[in-house]
Write a protein that binds this ligand. Structure first.
Ligand SMILES: [Zn+2]
Ligand SMILES: [Zn+2]
Length: 354
């Protein structure tokens, strides 16, 4: 099938939900009309190649204007709706540079703290309509603000990141027939076509209360494209998030347990604060890595996020300076701080001595 030219309007296509990720919509819309996602993608004229599977490298990351207009012609849904569902267009994310390859895409998602293929999930949100929200693809996403539960990282059925292996690095299945978007769908190791059938809405939920929702608020403000404060300055969402990533490295590599406690993270007891202390020890030595779990994301939002957005910018800047000094003295500054300069807000850069 050709990937360009005039296309026929499809009779009935599922409308994208608010905040929905592009692959989530494609999976749902394909299921609605009873075909495989890759088959549907071809019918929409997306830039694809391959026979058994199709592998659009930038799938869900960026979409050309031409491709978006083709989608509009096929579905009647405005092109801008589709470009807004791409990860590279999210306000906190920097677009990948140059031609996308699989290895570059891996580097980019680690660098930007996003997850292209599958993210976290709120089992209660997907119970009605199996929609994967774009902001769940942020590695700093921690909690569902509606249901006040931690987002789920791992599928209880297959033990892997939920839905991360259903498209095998973006290779969309063509010949399997319709695939239910309400199940995990990860391809199971050791079987040719077997997929994990765990229902997302059945995954166990941990309710955490309001406090994590409050800590996560600046992230969602930034995601929505609104300006955020960093050390008292109003900055762009991308700058704020670059600041969060940098401060996270300082916290991971230089902050002591006593200093974390001083920031309001109790080292014992119960509740979210105590949980966060349980991950504090696990994040050392993971320079540049995105938060590996919703709990670690909550740790990042609590420490780095609240330091940048908090009420006492001078105190926060003083803490950043002393951590940066400590890294310089230990010789770790080069590996920890050097990769993180792009987009960092002016006052944060000044605080760490750049
Ligand atoms: Zn929810
Ligand atoms: Zn699974």
């Amino acid at each position: 099938m050709r990937s360009s030219g005039a296309r026929r309007r499809l009779p009935a296509v599922a409308v994208p939900c608010p905040e929905e990720a592009f692959d989530s919509w494609l999976w749902r819309a394909a299921y609605r009309i009873g075909v495989a996602p890759g088959f549907f993608a071809r019918a929409l004229g997306l830039d694809l190649s391959g026979v058994r599977q199709v592998r659009p490298v930038g799938f869900g990351v960026c979409l050309s204007l031409e491709a978006a207009e083709r989608l509009e012609a096929c579905t009647g849904i405005p092109a801008g709706r589709f470009t807004g569902m791409q990860l590279a267009n999210v306000a906190v994310v920097g677009a990948p540079v140059g031609k996308l390859t699989v290895s570059r895409l891996r580097e980019w998602q680690a660098d930007q703290w996003v997850s292209v293929y599958g993210g976290r999930v709120c089992p209660l949100c997907v119970a009605d309509v199996p929609v994967s929200r774009l902001w769940w693809r942020l590695s700093a996403a921690a909690v569902c603000p509606v249901h006040r539960c931690l987002l789920v990282d791992e599928c209880a059925g297959c033990g892997r990141r939920v839905q991360s292996g259903r498209a095998q690095l973006g290779m969309l299945p063509v010949r399997e027939g319709a695939l239910d978007p309400g199940v995990c769908g990860n391809v199971l190791a050791g079987s040719a076509m077997g997929r994990c059938e765990a229902r997302l809405s059945d995954l166990p939920v941990t309710v955490v209360g309001d406090i994590l929702v409050v800590w996560q608020r600046p992230l969602l403000e930034a995601f929505a494209g609104r300006p955020v404060r960093a050390l008292g300055d109003e900055v762009s969402p991308r700058q704020w998030f670059a600041g969060v990533r940098l401060v996270t490295e300082l916290v991971r590599e230089a902050a002591t347990a006593a200093e974390l406690e001083d920031l309001g993270m109790p080292s014992s007891g119960r509740g979210p604060g105590a949980w966060l202390c349980s991950v504090a020890g696990e994040v050392r030595g993971r320079v540049g890595s995105p938060p590996a779990s919703a709990l670690e994301a909550a740790f990042v939002l609590r420490t780095a996020g609240s330091l940048l957005t908090g009420h006492d910018p001078q105190d926060a800047a003083g803490r950043l300076r002393s951590w940066a000094d400590r890294l310089v003295r230990s010789g770790a500054a080069k590996t920890v701080l050097a990769p993180n300069r792009r987009d960092v807000p002016r006052l944060v850069a000044a605080a760490v001595g750049w």
